[in-house]
Design a protein around this ligand. Structure first.
Ligand code: ARG
Length: 474
């Protein structure tokens, strides 16, 4: 909107607003009209608004409130309006406040007084609640598609990297060797739960408020089951007061979105670290990075950094909506008009972030030698040596102590356990024999974790197959 904040007084009163003018003796103050209007942002729901109106008119005709001619002229008019909007030939007016009244006024202008019959048995309160649900349902489906695409990329890469060894970390200190494929499937496991949360949220979005009218229902013989069917809703909502007032479905969506962004922010953090000269675990394709205008050597991981950064605004939108809702008495209050911008920005941010990651994931380029070398460096097979001693009959606490001393020796000598001679290792325990070197190798270490959920390459391959099957079952 242009900045017109200095203009606080009304223009010369001419006409009262046509949607409620009957009760009013002067027109809305020009500044108040701008302050209360939502058309600048709710026009993005024009498709859903028209879709809902067509279903409403179809139902009104079926129950005998509109004639077939009236219904047909309304539908033709609405379809033309949609075409006008999409061709850029529609003039949105602040005076008409929101997307609903803009479209209704355009309809009446197009088809005459029949246009004024569309709002029979309906209120903007149930209309807007319906539009948001239709809108969010569409967007959840698009977002679910991007999520699936990201998962496909991660799983394919995981299957390819099932044998690639990297250090696993706890406290960001080298812990035990894992495979890169296993790490990628950890990300996928998070996204799998995120997907389920979205689908669960969709069920509660997919209920139809239309028919609740302003708050109490309507005196016309409406058929809500029929309208719900036309709009592909699972069912009409149960209570008219609740239908026009609660936005919990939108809050729930921002909560699910927050979790997805939180997960992607974690991936981002790892990608940023891994792409650094200090880690050197991966290369990101140039097209997902930018350079520096002053430092010629730089290749910055902008996409993951931005995903990490954008996570905060999605959390913020969830808090906005929770706060918006918390003090509202039943039923509809104008406060609810403030639900849209946080919701829309959550949708945009989440969808675009997922899209960027889905595009990028299949092209992550692991630097396998550097990963392997890093796994060699941090005594990552120390637990394997302790387990080896346990198999020779030493209690775990004692073997832990023995290996601790061996590691201290290695730190002093700047050598990994696998780089020590048998005699050197035997100083710490006479139970150590030549077969120890099998467990001290990185390959031996990962292969030994051979159970469901473990990092052994054959387990990673099997897990990747199961993960892909889960996607196919969607
Ligand atoms: N623009 C309004 C909103 O977004 C539409 C509903 C307005 N209803 C009303 N009675 N003022 O919530």
């Amino acid at each position: 909107m242009t900045d017109q904040s200095n203009e606080t007084t009304s223009q010369t009163p001419t006409q009262t607003n046509s949607a409620w003018g009957g009760r009013f003796s002067e027109p809305t103050d020009a500044f108040v009209a701008r302050y209360t209007a939502s058309v600048e942002f709710d026009q993005r729901m024009y498709r859903q608004d028209i879709q809902g109106s067509i279903a409403h008119a179809t139902m009104l005709c079926r129950v005998g409130v509109l004639t077939e001619d009236e219904r047909d002229s309304i539908i033709t008019g609405l379809n033309e309006i949609q075409a006008d909007i999409e061709a850029g030939n529609f003039e949105w007016s602040i005076e008409l406040e929101d997307v609903h009244m803009n479209i209704e006024a355009a309809l009446t202008k197009k088809i005459g007084i029949t246009g004024k019959k569309l709002h029979t048995g309906r209120s903007r309160n149930d209309q807007v609640a319906t539009d948001i649900r239709l809108y969010l349902r569409d967007e959840i489906d698009v977002i679910s598609g991007e999520l699936t695409r990201l998962q496909q990329g991660l799983i394919a890469l995981a299957a390819k990297e099932a044998d690639t060894i990297m250090p696993g970390f706890t406290h960001l200190q080298t812990a035990q060797p894992v495979t890169f494929g296993h790490h990628l499937l950890a990300w996928n496991a998070m996204l799998e739960r995120d997907y389920a949360r979205l689908q669960d949220c969709r069920k509660r979005v997919n209920q139809m408020p239309l028919g609740a009218a302003a708050l109490a229902g309507t005196t016309y013989p409406i058929d809500r089951q029929y309208t719900a069917k036309l709009l592909d809703f699972e069912a009409p909502t149960e209570n008219s007061l609740d239908s026009v007032s609660d936005r919990d479905f939108a809050i729930e969506f921002t909560a699910a979105a927050s979790l997805i962004m939180m997960h992607m922010s974690r991936f981002s953090e790892e990608l940023v670290l891994w792409a650094s000269a200090q880690f050197r675990f991966i290369d990101l394709p140039d097209r997902f990075c930018t350079g520096s205008s002053i430092m010629p050597q730089k290749k910055n991981p902008d996409v993951p950094e931005l995903v990490r950064g954008k996570t905060g605004r999605v959390y913020g939108h969830m808090i906005s909506l929770l706060t918006l809702m918390k003090s509202q008495p039943l039923a509809y209050n104008k406060d609810n008009q403030e639900d849209k911008e946080p919701l829309f920005d959550t949708v945009d941010t989440l969808r675009d972030s997922l899209r960027a990651f889905a595009d990028m994931a299949p092209h992550l380029m692991p630097r396998r030698d550097d990963m392997r070398e890093a796994a060699m460096r941090g005594f990552s097979t120390a637990t394997d040596l302790a387990d080896y001693l346990v198999r020779k009959g030493i209690p775990f606490r004692d073997s832990h102590e023995v290996v601790g001393k061996a590691v201290a020796f290695g730190v002093a000598e700047n050598r990994d356990l696998s780089e020590m001679t048998l005699e050197e290792l035997q100083q710490f325990s006479d139970q150590i024999t030549a077969d120890v070197f099998d467990v001290l190798t990185l390959e031996g270490s990962v292969a030994a974790r051979d159970h469901i959920g473990g990092t052994a390459p054959n387990q990673v391959r099997a897990a990747a197959v199961r993960a892909l099957d889960a996607l196919k079952a969607r």
